[in-house]
Design a protein around this ligand. Structure first.
Ligand SMILES: C[S@@+](CC[C@H](N)C(=O)[O-])C[C@H]1O[C@@H](n2cnc3c(N)ncnc32)[C@H](O)[C@@H]1O
Length: 271
């Protein structure tokens, strides 16, 4: 299926578990996409009721991704991206943002959800000068990801590792940090970590995570902003540091600094 917008809402591609709500499909629902099923919309609506800001949260997270990629390509000179936990294709996918600035950019996408694999062709629309690839793999297996990514990316040159809304799916901080360290150990000096994850910064978001973890797969674990910041230990943080996504290098606005949401993000450079 080349175009994710062409699939009927409730069609069930073979091999997908449409009885259990899945993170990529619920996220797609909140972002206004069509690649989701009744079970996803049901839990998505339950969470919306407890935490109406989730839609704004999802949009602000995608807007941070676009600003971070523009910074990495335009100001930091990055031409290679490893985007793990890609999600379903949407507007402004990493390769579209990067290649709009530098058409020679190479992007490797990774996700382990079968529905993302079904729609992956929409992520492979590279410019002729650049390249995109998709790996069906689990973040918990960074060695496989690195081995397969090396077919597209030159790991002796800087790479931006993107972990957007995925580390919350790894409950244990030590496990999550050791995955991040393994990924960073395989890329050259001058590479970057870009991440964003939900934080336990309001009662509503804590309730939303409780509802999520009752029924959706995989479970999602909110961290404090301080625990999010620890993923950047040993890296040089790009200004303004670890902040809520709307506050990371926002476009200038006459109405002043944007309001924070219940997630934190940052961009760090490997020295
Ligand atoms: C909340 S979505 C975020 C999508 C996208 N990165 C964004 O920011 O819009 C999380 C994505 O991570 C993927 N994911 C969750 N756990 C994973 C794992 N262990 N390995 C690979 N992908 C995973 C899910 O399938 C889903 O597509």
């Amino acid at each position: 299926m080349a175009d994710s917008s062409s699939s009927p809402r409730d069609e069930e591609p073979a091999g997908l578990n449409t009885a259990v709500p899945q993170t990529a499909r619920i996220w797609n629902y909140w972002l206004g996409g069509k690649d989701n099923f009744p079970v996803d919309r049901q839990v998505g609506d339950q969470i919306l009721e407890a935490f109406p800001a989730i839609v704004e949260n999802a949009r602000a997270s995608r807007a941070f991704l676009a600003r971070a990629v523009r910074y990495l390509v335009g100001e930091a000179g990055i031409r290679q991206f490893l985007d793990i936990g890609t999600g379903l294709p949407t507007a402004d996918n990493t390769h579209q943002v990067a290649q709009a600035v530098a058409p020679e950019s190479r992007i490797v996408y990774v996700d382990n959800d079968p529905i993302v694999l079904v729609h992956a062709r929409a992520l492979l629309t590279s410019t002729p000068e650049g390249k995109t690839a998709y790996i069906d793999a689990d973040l918990r297996d960074p060695d496989t990801i690195l081995k397969e990514a090396a077919a597209t990316l030159d790991l002796t040159q800087p790479v931006a590792i993107m972990l957007m809304g995925i580390l919350g799916h790894i409950a244990d901080d030590d496990e999550a940090r050791s995955i991040v360290e393994r990924l960073l150990s395989a890329v050259s000096s001058g590479s970057y970590l870009t991440m964003n994850d939900g934080t336990d910064t309001s009662e509503e978001v804590v309730e939303a995570a409780r509802i999520w973890n009752q029924s959706a797969n995989p479970t999602y674990h909110l961290r404090s902003p301080e625990r999010v910041a620890r993923f950047f230990d040993g890296l040089e943080l790009v200004e303004p540091g670890v902040v809520s996504p709307p506050r990371w290098r926002p476009e200038p606005s006459p109405s002043g600094p944007p309001a924070a949401i219940d997630s934190y993000c940052g961009v760090g450079r490997k020295p």
